[in-house]
Design a protein around this ligand. Sequence first.
Ligand code: TYM
Length: 334
Amino acid sequence: TPRVFSGIQPSGNLHLGNYLGALKRFVDWQAKDVESIYCMVDMHAITVWQDPADLKKSTRELCAGFIAAGLDPEQSILINQSQVPEHAQLAWIFNCVARMGWMQRMTQWKDKAGKNAQNASLGLFAYPALMAADILVYHATHVPVGEDQKQHLELTRDIAMKFNHDYGVDFFPVTEPVIEGAATRVMSLRDGSKKMSKSDASDASRINLTDDADTIAKKIRKAKTDPDALPSEAEGLEGRPEARNLVNIYAAMSEKTVDQVLADVGGKAFSEFKPMLADLSVSKMAPITTEMARLMQHQDEIDKILARGSERAREITAPILRKTYDIVGMVAPA
Ligand code: TYM
């Protein structure tokens, strides 16, 4: 059976890109009745400095968001990365398998470290090796993510193949990235050439899962568009990144294809389409926001869910790590 793994960083608010590109698709996977593990990657978050109190709050909020969006903590295993030590332990092995040159080619590293790479943390550089360990310590076969994680997943495959080759084994599976749906790359509401991101200085560029209905409606009303009406076919979105983005969001949220959406709304002006999109967004997001806030009142329950999740996770990860150590030649405790 397929084993699905994915992770989200608990650093700041969840936004619509995280929701449509990742979280909503985790919920879709859960309906397929596969074994799945979803992770708050706090160890990835600290590759850039996080305020400790904020990190704890964001981790719990992310867990609340997972559950509010529809993940069932009985069916899926929900974990906080630092509570399952095998992730970090396998990451060390992978640090010794991956090559400096591979890491240097990562666009996220180049973007985040920028011109000041000498001052970036060593963890930020090694980030993709920890991500490979997250996935491979479960022998996960499917990893649903947004488009921006594609290169990291290719590196995960390279690490698995090099490990297998270097040790002459067929141990780690070559993982399938699952990047599908209309919203694998949700763009900023202010600039159709930039992806929606929690690090954008403008809060109007994104819809946060914690935004209330009025804020959501206002952000959509103010979203950048062009003056033309909506086309009736997907080709008509060529060269219109802002229009394409809003249509993609509508499609993902209504679980239709872009063509189906355009068959309905083609010919409409944005002044007519935007309120439709706002209503749809509010009707999908508001229940999640409300439930997240309710769950945050029960912190002890969230903490219990994470503790129970890591217990279940370690039943999978401990034997895989043990076997890895043996393959590498580490002497096991007597
Ligand atoms: P992170 O926390 O940046 O993002 C979490 C998920 O949201 C997706 N995403 C988007 N999708 C569509 N449009 C957007 N604008 C958008 N912004 C973010 C991301 O692609 C991701 O799926 N390195 C990962 C976390 C991670 C992980 C893993 C993922 C750590 N270990 C193992 C999968 C498997 C990250 O920083 O995602």
